[in-house]
Ligand binder design. Sequence first.
Ligand code: G3P
Length: 223
Amino acid sequence: MKLIIDHADLNIIKGIYEYFPVSGVTTNPTIITRTGKEPYEVLTSIREFIGPEAQLHAQVISTDAEGMIKEAAVMREKVGGNFFVKIPTTKEGLKAMKNLAKDGFQITATAVYSAIQAYLAAEAGAAYVAPYLNRIENLGYNGVQTICDIQDIFENNKMDTKILAASFKNTQQLLELAKYGIAAATVAPDVIENLIKNDSVDCAVNAFVVDFNRTYGDGKTMM
Ligand code: G3P
């Protein structure tokens, strides 16, 4: 499962890239507004940092198909590289996806709350569908099961579309999806940091260092 950063602040993205095995960045309109910067300033600086090969996903604002298609063309041109245009999975969004797929756009079908939306988006030509795990669970449904159902639909129908799960609140949600072989997960930096936070691990590592230094001298290492 690819791990992707769901954020737009370049310094925070740099901090996560330094430590974690991540494969790209996703943004949404809300995330971009939180930077306080112009959208293309944000997206081009992320692109410059992650390089042309890494995935960068950004979302259209228009709610009608024609507007989405026009925005997608401008976004792909301005952001460049391995760019995925995020299209909301509405009726208008499906129309936009069908047209954009014909023109060779890489599409991430977003705002997916149900398996049937994912199926339709895949048929319409999306490369990824992005189910919102935690938001689905907040509605009282089983988010993990919904995503596993989507995976089964894709496999059983021999569809090439992959899942980019989004909206995580904890490690357990991520683990469940990794077990099921979900292709990618986009995760906020605070949740990514928590994936490796474990006092027992720190305690075990510190005990090794204390034992070693007690015998061979303070500050001694294997160098
Ligand atoms: O882009 C959609 C995803 O980032 C939503 O995450 O945490 O706002 O539910 P969240």
